[in-house]
Write a new protein. Structure first.
Length: 95
């Protein structure tokens, strides 16, 4: 994954991770990119993540959909806000 935003978008695209699981993944693995590199068995060790959620995260991390979503947003002039990341940054200090 090429940008700081891409792992966050991938996690969101799993459709299974809200704020609580997001934080648990960071607490367990150290970062979202590290969580997305984990296998299904390792993901299931996080409180609140079962087989279905682990599979969804694993699939989203490997699908390439996050990069496509970011590209589509850029083409449509959409800014993405995700866990402390604003993309794309704008001029004049607005983001």
């Amino acid at each position: 994954m090429s940008s700081a935003l891409e792992p966050l978008v991938a996690l969101n695209l799993s459709g299974m991770v809200g704020a609580v699981l997001h934080q648990r993944l960071i607490d367990h693995f150290g970062s979202v990119p590290q969580a997305l590199q984990a296998g299904v068995a390792d993901l299931k060790r996080v409180q609140g993540i079962g087989e279905v959620t682990a599979q969804a995260i694993h699939k989203a991390a490997r699908s390439g959909s996050a990069a496509k979503e970011i590209e589509a947003a850029a083409a449509d002039g959409i800014r993405i806000l995700a866990h402390g990341v604003v993309w794309p940054r704008t001029s004049a200090g607005r983001g």
